[in-house]
Ligand binder design. Structure first.
Ligand code: AVI
Length: 320
């Protein structure tokens, strides 16, 4: 591990970089074309996502922060203080900042696949919370992962905000939660933000905003493929479509081909019918009972749930 100034220690587990080429070629080669939402987050994509979180239509971020502000001390009562607090995906240092004052962990352990994000947010937090001991772990939590835990640490809690769990298909989500339960051990707590099913009009607007930021976020995938894989997509020949699939309780995002066309990527040719789509993202919305079922299958017991007044978003406290 690398010693950095203050109380930050950095542990690099060297997450295997995504094989973007293999993933993209396989996804475009399927009868129903699809690409992984992980591919959204290049530099431009991460900027666009930050802009999304501030859109008037995108309610999840501000609603979750409101819930954390209002109920932070209740959350701390359940999670315990003076413990080790693991955060999965530390892009959202605003959320953890809202909780740290209440939670007062003895160790804060952010886990993120991006070294830059991780170090940036660790340094920002070290400045605001000078007494805090930070052990930052660069790792991919969507696959089995290691953490810089010490053998005699038994009092573990985890924080997984943003409804990021919703971007995994239910089977993967169950596996991921199961791994977190295994890491935490019996008695460990998980505080997790989960977006709720609601009026489709609200969901459709949240994923297809008036300013077109979400459309740009989706289409940026094609620009990234052009740049990184010698792709020949004409982004203007596709448009963004997002809609709530009620049966499967998920928002789907697609890129729709406006015309019949052939596109070359990394030397391979892919054909599109007019109206054919590339499925780029699912964002599952779990009602309280549905999420309790999923968490239960992963080894958690529901302890408490908080929502906003309009019941747009939920934060669950689960116990192993
Ligand atoms: C990161 N994730 C939880 C976002 C979501 O709402 O599913 C990603 C996103 N896609 C479009 N807008 C936001």
């Amino acid at each position: 591990s690398l010693q950095t100034p203050g109380s930050i220690r950095f542990f690099d587990y060297r997450p295997t970089p995504a094989d973007v080429r293999a993933e993209v070629l396989a996804g475009l080669g399927r009868p129903v074309k699809r690409l992984s939402p992980k591919l959204f987050y290049d530099q431009r994509g991460s900027q666009l996502f930050d802009a999304i979180t501030e859109l008037p239509e995108y309610y999840p971020t501000r609603t979750e922060i409101g819930i954390l502000r209002e109920y932070g001390s209740e959350m701390a009562d359940l999670l315990g203080r003076d413990n080790v607090l693991i955060e999965l995906g530390s892009g959202s240092s605003l959320k953890i900042q809202t909780l740290l004052a209440a939670l007062q962990p003895s160790v804060y352990m952010p886990v993120d696949i991006s070294k830059e994000h991780l170090l940036e947010s660790a340094h920002a937090l070290a400045e605001r919370f000078p007494g805090l001991s930070i052990r930052a772990a660069c790792a991919d939590y969507s696959a089995p992962f290691k953490l810089p835990l010490k053998a005699d640490w038994t009092d573990l809690a985890a924080f997984f905000p943003g409804s990021s769990i919703g971007n995994f298909d239910p089977d993967e989500a169950r596996r991921l939660l199961g791994r977190v339960a295994g890491l935490l051990g019996v008695g460990g707590r998980l505080l997790i933000g989960v977006d709720l099913p609601k009026d489709p009009a609200i969901l459709n607007a949240a994923y297809d905003d008036a300013q077109g930021i979400t459309a740009a976020f989706n289409l940026n995938l094609l620009i990234r493929i052009n740049r990184e894989l010698d792709g020949h997509f004409d982004p203007d020949a596709f448009y963004h479509r997002a809609f709530f699939n009620t049966e499967r309780s998920r928002v789907e995002m697609h890129l729709v081909s406006r015309v019949e066309q052939k596109v070359e990527v990394a030397g391979e040719r892919f054909e599109f019918r007019a109206g054919e789509t590339i499925h780029t993202e699912n964002s599952y919305k779990y009602g309280i009972d549905a999420f309790h079922r999923l968490a239960g299958e992963a080894g958690f017991v529901a302890e408490k749930i908080w929502t906003d007044e309009q019941e747009l978003f939920s934060v669950h406290c689960l116990r192993v």
